[in-house]
Design a protein around this ligand. Structure first.
Ligand code: PEP
Ligand code: MG
Length: 889
């Protein structure tokens, strides 16, 4: 492979900037940028992502060139700090941290306190005058390096620590004395030797080398790979490694460490927000082992540092024009910033921040629109608890509102069980003392997450917010026994077991026993504002796929400007309708078929009245019957017997009919317009129903009494040839004209076609010449037939196709622009070649997928149509497409 090679693999922080994320990773690039802003960042250097790629490509080898550059940078760092790595008197300690171009919190590895050994620990104790701190740092190094680099199970260390604590009657780690910690170190080292058959590495250069390799290796660990898959992070070559001089938050009560956000990451409130612990190291805050204090309390306890921290936050936020998430350490009263990055936030907070920042004139409306990932809007459409139902419920526990939403499900205590239950379609709440990165699959499949420990920045909270999963964290009143599978609420003396239902309110942090009813969310406030801005910019219309007034009304609330697809077959399944359609199917002659269809007509007419009423003048596209008829007949013996009785036909007659209708390839068989070619009376009935309903609501809506302007658009499915379309169009027009004449009414209506058979794309010009007034691309079938992949069977192999990169995305989710997209382009060119203003839409599942929406924008579609809950996503994606393509020109 030809790849542009750079021989520079290591960059001092002074050499980088924020634009070098691809090479330095997000963390490295931001550390460099902060350095250039004059912020007090401990010095260090970054080993590039390219080095990681080469290391992995070479089968885990660090090249001599890299080695030399690491060495040179280490020497420079030692000079800057006036300390030496491994020095027995004045040792330099460093942290080694991963950092890829995209943020992957907690997914890769970190080693702290590197450089300590049996000698330098004494030097550190003397130099800092704090022997306890030195030994605590050493035991932490053995634990982290032992776990991450030497791959010793975390529990091995925990057992030793717990047993020493128990023997000393120490409640917290901080209760251990220097001598106790020395004992822990001795025991740790003995255990390392026992497990690995080698001594804990004493040479700091070896520690560094092993740690750099471990971070490079962690790029390909299971949880990192899964995180990238889940978050669709593609195209990155590896992680960078940041080697940075350590500063210590655990040097005593004038030291501490914390994380802060320039705004609240859960709500977006423009208020400095964070948590910290005095006399602690960073992992104590993030791991959620001790529950931290709110950063606002620092204002009282240490006003000087608080003021300084607020000033830095303001400076960094103004510089990046986005909410920042920062890690800080106070070492003996001096404030250091260890990291700043755009803060992970709930979408709610993201939307509020974007809207507020426009008001604050920090960013433009365009920037605000581009800042929100349309797919994430899903999270704003989260369910909430029904207030009435909530008022009746009594909370059994209170935790932190870590990630908003309402979740109801059965309790499960481990991640793998959560995954397997969720795969069976059960709603599960994952309940843990604290979560760890290994829990990723379970967290992803849970409806909600509840933890006993941890703050707003604990692993559970950060990951849940990123996923948009409801989470209540840090609920100290809970005792979770993961072995016995019980959850006890201490203050209530209440014990719940696995399988019991609980409800979580991620917006208030309250936990309830049992199930509380949920309701759909509303589109208002900042979300509404952002959406209204999106509407100012977007060029294409947004319609919805809806078959019922309820769906149509939901879609209208979300901003749909019409129905782009009403699948009429969905209207045939309820009670008396299914009977009538079965009667029609079982008819042996046209007369009895017409009689059965006449029974269906009033139902259909009422359905359309309902839709026209709900859409209040917005266009409604009615797609005529599409699926093969056998779908309406029973398949199992019990139903066959029951239905034969109901219909007064013998079981054998019914079975014969089912046999007769059997097709080897129903999706390519007798369906769509082919049904109407052989049974024209079906579409005739549907035409009558549409136009009668339209006339009714035009004169006086039977539901509200108002007069609605109606624009029915009749759409013929599965057209492949011009003749199919022209024949059916003629029949539709004949009926419509007759009815309009009888009603003495003039009405704009349209007859158009779905373009979902590849052949139709090739004769699109002729179909327009035959009178088609609109095209709607049925990209589900067009993908099925264009790529030759069965929509119903693709699940078996498509995942692997995507994993192996044969298709970049599932072509049934994201339009395959290279293939199916080309067919669409041909059809548009041909169609618009005949009729310049031909209305063009899309109504396959792709219509609400952001990349496809951008394609539709570029190709001059009139509208996209998608399911009601994707309408806001499509609105935002359409605005982003318009803004991006405007700036490109
Ligand atoms: C399509 O094929 O894209 C379409 C919208 O129709 P259906 O999914 O009903 O086949
Ligand atoms: Mg179709």
């Amino acid at each position: 492979m030809s790849q542009k090679k750079s021989n520079k693999f290591v960059y001092a922080f002074e050499e980088g900037n924020r634009n070098m994320k691809e090479i330095l990773g997000g963390k490295g690039a931001n550390l460099a940028e902060m350095k250039s802003l004059g912020i007090n960042v401990p010095p260090g250097f970054t080993i590039s992502t390219q080095a990681c790629k080469i290391y992995n490509d070479l089968g885990k080898k660090i090249t001599p060139e890299m080695e030399t550059q690491i060495k040179t940078n280490l020497i420079n760092l030692e000079k800057k700090m006036g300390k030496k790595l491994g020095d027995a008197k004045n040792p330099l300690l460093v942290s080694v941290r991963s950092g890829a171009a995209a943020s992957m919190p907690g997914m890769m590895d970190t080693i702290l306190n590197l450089g300590l050994n049996d000698q330098s620990v004494i030097g550190l104790a003397e130099k800092t005058g704090n022997e306890r701190f030195a030994w605590d740092s050493y035991r932490r190094l053995i634990q982290m390096l032992g776990n991450v680099v030497l791959e010793i199970d975390h529990d091995e260390f925990e057992h030793i620590l717990e047993s020493v604590k128990e023997s000393k009657k120490a409640k917290f780690d901080t209760d251990l004395s220097t001598e106790d910690l020395k004992e822990v170190v001795t025991k740790y080292k003995a255990m390392v030797k026992k497990v690995t058959k080698k001594d804990f590495p004493q040479d700091p250069k070896v520690q560094l080398d092993l740690s750099i390799k471990a971070v490079f290796n962690s790029w390909n660990n299971y949880r990192a790979i899964r995180y990238r898959e889940i978050n669709n992070i593609k195209g990155l070559i590896g992680t960078a490694v940041n080697v940075q001089a350590m500063v210590f938050g655990n040097l005593g009560e004038d030291s501490g460490t914390g994380v802060c956000f320039t705004r609240n990451p859960s709500t977006g409130e423009a208020k400095f927000y964070g948590e910290y612990l005095m006399n602690a190291q960073g992992e104590d805050v993030v791991a959620g082992i001790r529950t931290p204090l709110a950063v606002s309390t620092l204002q009282k306890s240490n006003p000087k540092i608080y003021k300084e921290l607020v000033a830095v936050c303001n400076k960094v936020e103004k510089h990046y024009k986005d909410m920042q998430d920062m890690e800080f350490t106070i070492e003996k009263g001096v404030l250091y910033i260890l990291q700043a990055r755009n803060g992970k936030r709930t979408v709610e907070a993201g939307v509020k921040t974007a809207v507020d920042m426009v008001k604050e004139k920090l960013i433009t409306k365009e920037e605000a629109i581009l800042r929100i990932d349309p797919n994430q809007l899903n999270q704003l459409l989260h369910k909430q608890f029904d207030q009435k139902s909530l008022n009746k419920a009594e909370a059994i526990a209170q935790g932190l509102p870590a990630s908003p939403g309402a979740a109801v499900g059965e309790i499960v205590f481990n991640a793998s069980e959560t995954l397997s239950k969720a795969e069976k379609g059960l709603s599960v709440i994952l309940v843990r003392t604290e979560t760890s990165p290994e829990d990723i699959d379970g967290m992803h499949s849970a409806k909600g997450i509840l933890t006993a420990r941890g703050g707003m920045t604990s692993h559970a909270a950060v990951v849940a917010r990123g996923m948009g999963t409801c989470c209540v964290a840090g609920c100290p009143d809970l005792i979770i026994d993961e072995k016995k599978k019980t959850l006890t609420i201490k203050s209530k003396g209440l014990t719940l077991k696995e399988g019991d239902f609980i409800s979580l309110d991620g917006s208030t942090g309250k936990v309830y026993a049992g199930k509380i009813e949920t309701k759909e969310p509303e589109l208002s406030g900042n979300f509404g504002k952002l959406m209204s801005w999106a509407d100012e910019y977007r060029k294409i219309g947004i319609r919805t796929n809806a078959d019922t007034p309820k769906d149509a009304s939901t879609a209208r609330k979300f901003g749909a400007e019409g129905i782009g697809l009403c699948r009429t077959e969905h209207m045939f399944f309820e009670g008396p309708r299914i009977k009538a359609i079965r009667e029609m199917i079982l008819s042996n002659d046209i007369e009895s078929r017409k009689k059965a269809l006449a029974k269906l007509l009033p139902f259909q007419r009422d359905d359309f009245v309902g839709l026209f009423h709900t859409m209040e003048g917005f266009p409604v596209t009615v797609r005529f019957l599409d699926p093969p008829l056998h779908e309406f007949l029973p398949t199992n013996e019990k139903d066959i017997v029951e239905i034969s009785k109901e219909m007064g036909v013998s079981v054998s007659v019914l079975k014969n009919k089912i046999e007769e209708l059997h097709e080897f390839n129903p999706m390519l068989g007798h369906r769509g317009c082919r049904l109407a070619v052989t049974f024209p009376e079906i579409y005739e009935m549907q035409t009558n129903a549409v136009i009668e309903a339209a006339i009714l609501v035009t004169k006086k809506c039977p539901i509200c009494g108002k007069k609605h302007k109606v624009t029915p658009e009749i759409m013929i499915p599965l057209v492949a040839t011009t003749k199919e379309f022209s024949m059916l169009r003629e029949s539709v027009i004949e009926i419509v004209e007759k009815k309009l004449k009888e009603a003495k009414i003039k009405m704009a209506y349209k007859v158009g076609t779905m373009i979902e058979v590849p052949r139709a794309t090739m004769v699109a010009d002729k179909i327009v010449e035959a009178g088609a007034e609109f095209f709607s691309f049925g990209t589900n079938d067009l993908t099925q037939m264009g790529a030759g992949i069965s929509r119903d069977d693709a699940g078996k192999f498509l995942k692997e196709y995507v994993a192996k990169g044969i298709y970049e995305n599932d072509p049934f989710e994201t339009l395959d622009q290279e293939g199916v997209g080309e067919l669409i382009k041909i059809a548009i060119k041909k169609g618009r070649g005949v009729k310049k203003d031909l209305k063009i839409g899309i109504c396959g599942e792709h219509g609400g997928e952001p990349k496809t929406v951008e394609f539709c924008h570029k190709e001059g579609f009139s509208y996209v149509s998608c399911s009601p809950f994707r309408v806001p996503i499509a609105r935002l994606a359409a605005a982003q497409a318009a803004i991006k393509n405007k700036t490109k020109k």
